[in-house]
Design a protein around this ligand. Structure first.
Ligand SMILES: [Fe+2]
Ligand SMILES: [Fe+2]
Length: 147
């Protein structure tokens, strides 16, 4: 499913940026770390918009999925808030980023090993169309790569 493949590629880009940011913090290169955290935030903003207004919205119509989706959305908002406000010149801020990046791995595995496979067997054609429309809305000027 091309949409899921794109989401997985976005996860990879976000965790690459985030992981590099942590390594930059570890070696004291805060300028580089700030840049990389900005890239992480940008990648995640369109990714989250696509998930929340598309795939998650159609899946959340089923109560069984809704109860898994609500905490995932909370995690999006918490990480967005942290990335927007964190001060990495302070040790607490640096630690918050390390924790957030390992939490992000867990978040992603709940999607890739749980929700995404479940979507494959539960969404109708119309629901996939709605999920893909939301992805395009969130990624202006880009197309899902088919095939
Ligand atoms: Fe997510
Ligand atoms: Fe995701």
């Amino acid at each position: 499913m091309p949409l899921l493949r794109d989401y997985i590629a976005e996860h990879e880009r976000a965790t690459n940026f985030g992981g590099e940011a942590v390594r930059a913090i570890d070696r004291g290169d805060l300028r580089r770390a700030r840049h990389l955290l900005g890239e992480t935030a940008t990648e995640l903003a369109s990714h989250w918009q696509g998930e929340e207004t598309g795939l998650f919205r159609v899946m959340a119509r089923e109560e069984m999925f809704a109860e898994h989706i609500a905490p995932l959305m909370r995690e999006h908002h918490e990480l967005a808030e942290l990335l927007a406000t964190v001060d990495i010149s302070k040790p607490e801020g640096q630690q918050a980023i390390r924790t957030a990046m390992s939490d992000l791995y867990e978040h992603i595995s709940k999607e890739e090993d749980g929700l995404f496979p479940a979507s494959l067997t539960s969404l109708s054609g119309d629901e996939w169309d709605a999920a893909m429309d939301a992805w395009h809305e969130a990624h202006q000027g880009r197309r899902i790569i088919q095939g």
